[in-house]
Design a protein around this ligand. Structure first.
Ligand SMILES: Nc1ncnc2c1ncn2[C@@H]1O[C@H](COP(=O)(O)OP(=O)(O)OP(=O)(O)O)[C@@H](O)[C@H]1O
Ligand SMILES: [Mg+2]
Length: 263
């Protein structure tokens, strides 16, 4: 792989649910070690895009290359091991309430170990989870609690700890700061930037928060009616010169984007 090979290269990605075409020919390149922020209205398909890359949703057509290899064309087992390298912070946290915090953090590690026949001892996994919890600013003693005993901000940190636990070279963040107070949001953004820099990872982050988008992203892209209608520097989000991006990033009611009824 040369430096010019995107870490993630998406071409012509489409996905419909029934008559509704959610993704309608997505082309996106994310270069190694950079972060791309995806913005777009609620229901525009941002989460579906990440879920397609993660193999949780099967796209109808198109290609998704990771390190130059089309993962959709790989046999299932090889696709799984390519996707295993991706750490994901889910929009809703998606922590398992039946597991303790440390088990949640170590979940991916232990599962991957089992698949590769190299079981990680529980004590070792627990110690590792404690170190990762510290990296996201939580006391390792939090590991013994149940996710339901934590505040929303702490749950986001645990979700972040789980995403980075295996030191993945690709990280996805689906609305990492939604529902957090502004200071906690900035703290989580800082942790994300730190993690991405420390691991040298490539990241895609979805956010509705323009301050957050500019803190996290190098590049940005806007999804509208199934297409990426704009791509540019994240620093240009508030003065992109594109009327649709402007309306969205400045939160204007009037403009080319009209409210549609959801179904
Ligand atoms: N598994 C599914 N089955 C059917 N429809 C789905 C499925 N997943 C998503 N959709 C539909 O795809 C569209 C896009 O959903 P998606 O979750 O990607 O939106 P989003 O851009 O992430 O929105 P938000 O900002 O509210 O999280 C929605 O209309 C949704 O109802
Ligand atoms: Mg979403």
């Amino acid at each position: 792989m040369t430096d010019a090979t995107p870490k993630i290269r998406i071409r012509g990605l489409t996905k419909s649910f029934g008559p509704k075409r959610v993704l309608d020919g997505i082309d996106l390149d994310v270069m190694p070690g950079t972060s791309c922020v995806v913005i777009g209205g609620s229901g525009s398909g941002k989460s579906v895009l990440l879920r397609c890359i993660l193999g949780l949703i099967t796209p109808d057509s198109g290609s998704i290359e990771i390190d130059g290899v089309d993962i959709l064309a790989l046999p299932a087992r090889r696709r799984e091991s390519a996707i295993e390298k991706i750490g994901m912070l889910f929009q809703n946290g998606a922590l398992f309430d039946s597991l303790s915090v440390w088990e949640n953090v170590a979940f991916g590690l232990m599962a991957a170990g089992r698949r590769h026949g190299a079981r990680m001892a529980r004590a070792e996994a627990r110690a590792h989870a404690g170190r990762v919890l510290e990296q996201v600013g939580l006391d390792p003693s939090v590991g013994a609690l149940s996710p339901s005993e934590l505040s929303g901000g702490m749950q986001k940190r645990v979700g972040l700890a789980r995403a980075i636990a295996s030191q993945p070279d690709i990280l996805f963040f689906d609305e990492p700061t939604t529902g957090l107070d502004p200071i906690m949001g900035a703290v989580i953004d800082g942790l994300i930037v730190d993690c991405v820099r420390r691991l040298g990872s490539t990241a895609i982050a979805i956010t509705h928060d323009m301050a957050s988008a500019q803190r996290i992203g190098d590049r940005a892209a806007m999804l509208y009616q199934g297409k990426l209608i704009w791509q540019g520097a994240a620093s240009a989000l508030l003065n992109s010169g594109n009327p649709m991006v402007d309306q969205f990033t400045h939160g204007r009611r009037e403009g080319p984007i009209s409210m549609e009824l959801r179904r």
